[in-house]
Design a protein around this ligand. Structure first.
Ligand code: NI
Length: 161
């Protein structure tokens, strides 16, 4: 399972809701954990591995979360902090996020759960949920900062934008 890097167009697409909770879905979740661990990530969304389904995982401070069809049902406060993304190796930027969120999501069995996260966990949930809507953390930055990042990536990969 390969993690897609920006500017792969799949990263800007909107993922579809999961309707079937089967073996294939369980395997996707397992494979995503393997890929995330291999890259030392704290979160991964299915579009980052080229699968346009509303599936995201987060693992932080020994807690694992599987977020399928997640929805934000409440949020409080704000926090500003540094964020990175497995699809943007070596790129970090400050992003403003809610300090606390309550999410409703299904697990890989289809069971609906309410999950709360604060601080870095909330940041990870929101970052991964954005991926399911084709939104990337650099989209929160000013165009000046975003262009500087694009230039840096273009230089590293020899790619064009
Ligand atoms: Ni990311």
């Amino acid at each position: 399972m390969e993690i897609r890097k920006y500017p792969d167009p799949v990263l800007k697409k909107i993922a579809q809701p999961v309707e079937v909770f089967d073996e294939e879905l369980e395997k996707l979740v397992r494979d995503m954990f393997v890929a995330m661990h291999a890259s030392n990530g704290v979160g991964l969304a299915a579009p980052q591995v080229g699968v346009l389904k509303k599936v995201a995982i987060v693992e932080y401070e020994d807690k694992s979360y599987v977020l399928i069809n997640p929805k934000i049902i409440d949020r409080k406060g704000t926090q500003e902090g540094e964020e990175g993304c497995l699809s943007f190796p070596g790129i970090y930027a400050n992003v403003l996020r809610p300090l606390w969120v309550k999410i409703e999501a299904q697990n890989e069995k289809g069971e609906l759960q309410t999950i709360e996260g604060e601080g870095y966990t909330a940041r990870a949930f929101l970052h991964e949920m954005d991926h399911l809507n084709g939104k990337l953390f650099v989209d929160y930055l000013s165009s000046l900062k975003r262009n500087a990042i694009k230039k840096k990536i273009s230089k590293n990969t020899g790619g064009h934008f």
